[in-house]
Design a protein around this ligand. Structure first.
Ligand code: ZN
Length: 472
């Protein structure tokens, strides 16, 4: 994400006890007693995000959206596996529920609070078995706020389900945490004069009466918040580069000169991906592209395979930032939101390297300007544990990038890029933590980096201007 206004968008964290998870008594029989899946996956920043006991493999979403009323209704088929034998489990959904089936049979359900959908199948879900869960739902996503977040963007002509850290529960039932990545297949039904854009590849568009249903499918699993759709009037362009299809879209509501400029920036996507591949290793996905929104005007977001940009923020560095996220954040997802600097620090650092290789000042100069120029009070903010309300604070971006450049100085060019490529290759299509990054860096470089990472991320103080801190 790259906010236009660097204002915290997330409300205060709530602390709720984790219910259920570990309450089953020790089983005597060989088959473990069915347990209750916990309502959270275990992220301290967002205790109700994700859910215990399930692993989603695929979401098949079919939503219908009414521009006049803002009403969304839909049906999502979720293919999931119980990781332990479950007598009930949860999904995350902020909309009203109409019905639930599990393995084709009606299941009892409850909404114990606005965010959680608790499902009680007729028979326990056996550990390790794959099952389809179908949820029908409806509501007005524009009226929904959760923990201070209003994630939905829509007006009479355009809608965008695009946000971070949360958007899925506004438009489909999800195991809403980056730890559970799944394949996403999106069908959206809107009036036939609108276009629909989503992740991956355009599969089909079927007109029926005054409506049209457009289907997109992304081949590689993604974190739920990276799934998106937008519908409206768009100018589109598509083609192939380096063996991969690309598809770009720009809202036709933008003035013609803005639209032309935005499209020419999007058209740099293959070139920027190639530049990133030279440094980071292979692009992780099979399709690429970008969307410039006419309704979501506050930030750019690294939606998997197809970032969504705000209309007046499509400078080249923003495109570099969102495409760098395809490696940092999308391919290697966060294990916990506390480590958000792993996403934003590396994406911002790659902007600095772009600038360095295009004659606009070195990344090292930016690090030194940052280190010299920060107010003493800014250092008190610990980017390694920013808290849920300051995930997208400017310091997470700039000190995150400064930390990466300081590591580059400390390790030297060869070892640094070897660390980056090893990290991305080893954690590809998985999640990563700061501790795991440090372990890779220590293994590749043979150096002890405990003091380095602590000073930059967690000390609450300005790191000393020493070689050990990457400032020799
Ligand atoms: Zn970002």
């Amino acid at each position: 994400m790259r906010p236009l206004a660097l204002v915290a968008v997330v409300g205060a964290a709530v602390t709720l006890p984790l219910l259920g998870g570990a309450s089953a008594p020790a089983a005597v029989e060989r088959v473990p007693a069915p347990v209750v899946g916990s309502p959270g996956i275990g992220d301290a920043y967002f205790p109700l995000d994700g859910n215990g006991g399930i692993d989603v493999r695929r979401y098949r979403i079919h939503d219908r959206y009414d521009f006049r009323t803002g009403r969304l209704s839909g049906r999502t088929r979720i293919t999931l596996t119980a990781t332990t034998t479950l007598r009930r489990f949860n999904l995350d959904l902020l909309l009203g529920v109409d019905s639930v089936t599990v393995a084709g049979r009606p299941a009892a359900w409850r909404k114990p609070n606005r965010h959680e959908l608790r499902i009680m199948p007729r028979r326990p879900l056996a550990a390790g078995r794959s099952v389809d869960v179908v949820v029908r739902y409806h509501g007005h996503p524009d009226r929904i706020a959760w923990q201070g977040e209003r994630s939905w963007f829509a007006d009479h002509a355009e809608v965008a389900a695009v946000n971070q850290p949360h958007i899925a529960p506004w438009w489909f039932p999800a195991n809403d945490h980056p730890r559970d990545r799944a394949v996403v297949d999106v069908r959206i039904t809107v009036p036939k004069d609108k276009r629909v854009i989503s992740n991956g590849r355009l599969v089909s568009r079927r007109v029926h009466g005054r409506l049209a249903t457009t289907r997109w499918r992304a081949a590689e699993p993604m974190a739920p918040y990276l799934a998106f759709f937008t519908a409206g009037s768009f100018q589109v362009a598509s083609g192939r580069a380096d063996g991969r299809p690309w598809y770009h879209a720009v809202s036709t509501r933008l003035p013609p000169s803005v639209r032309a400029g935005a499209m020419s920036q999007l058209r740099r996507t293959p070139e920027i991906v190639r530049w990133l591949e030279q440094r980071l290793g292979p692009y992780p996905f099979s399709t690429m592209g970008g969307v410039v929104s006419g309704v979501q005007t506050e930030f750019a977001l690294e939606n998997q395979t197809r970032p969504v940009y705000a209309p007046y923020a499509t400078g080249t560095e923003t495109v570099v930032h969102e495409l760098a996220h395809q490696w940092f954040g999308d391919s290697v997802a966060l294990h916990a939101w506390r480590d958000i600097w792993l996403n934003e620090g590396f994406a911002t650092f790659m902007e600095w390297v772009w600038s360095e290789t295009h004659g606009e000042g070195t990344a090292d100069a930016r690090l030194r300007a940052y280190h010299a120029g920060r107010e003493p009070s800014a250092w008190a903010f610990r980017i390694g544990d920013p808290g849920p309300g300051r995930l997208f604070d400017n310091e997470v971006y700039t000190r995150g990038a400064a930390t990466v450049q300081a590591l580059r100085n400390r390790l030297g060019e060869t070892d640094f890029w070897a660390v980056v490529r090893a990290w991305l290759a080893e954690r590809r299509s998985s999640t990563g933590t700061t501790a795991q990054l440090r372990a890779v860096a220590e293994r590749v470089s043979g150096q002890d980096l405990d003091a380095f990472f602590s000073a930059w991320l967690l000390s609450g103080k300005k790191p000393a201007a020493t070689a050990a801190m990457g400032l020799g």
